[in-house]
Design a protein. Sequence first.
Length: 144
Amino acid sequence: MNPYKNKFEVSLRSVIENDGEILVCRNKKKGYYFFPGGHLEYGEKIKDALARELKEELNAVLKEISFIGVVDNIFIEDEEKHHEINLVFKVKLKSNKTKSQEDHIDFIFMNKKEFAKAQFYPIALKKAILKWFKNKKIFWASQY
């Protein structure tokens, strides 16, 4: 059972670039892509939560973090309603050598053309990031 079912979720997302490519996650079961990160736990500092999630998912160590935007998203997955706020950060890792630590997701670096064509969620986040690559302005977007 999803612990966030019918609850408001705060998700932290990382935009990690390396030599013109972007690190993305792929849900192995469903095939779609999303940015690395995860849920903020009650009482946890945002930077600490993002560092924890990157360590859990990639065994990666956070080096730098800067806020770049917010995306409001309401969606249904596995017949459950979700409402999440995605806080999005440009992130630098101590090393870009990454390996998935979780069985249900893969990580790959994708060039911007591949990213533009990929099945990526939330869609509003993908559109905001494509615009951000060009103008580097803090953004707010909504999926609904």
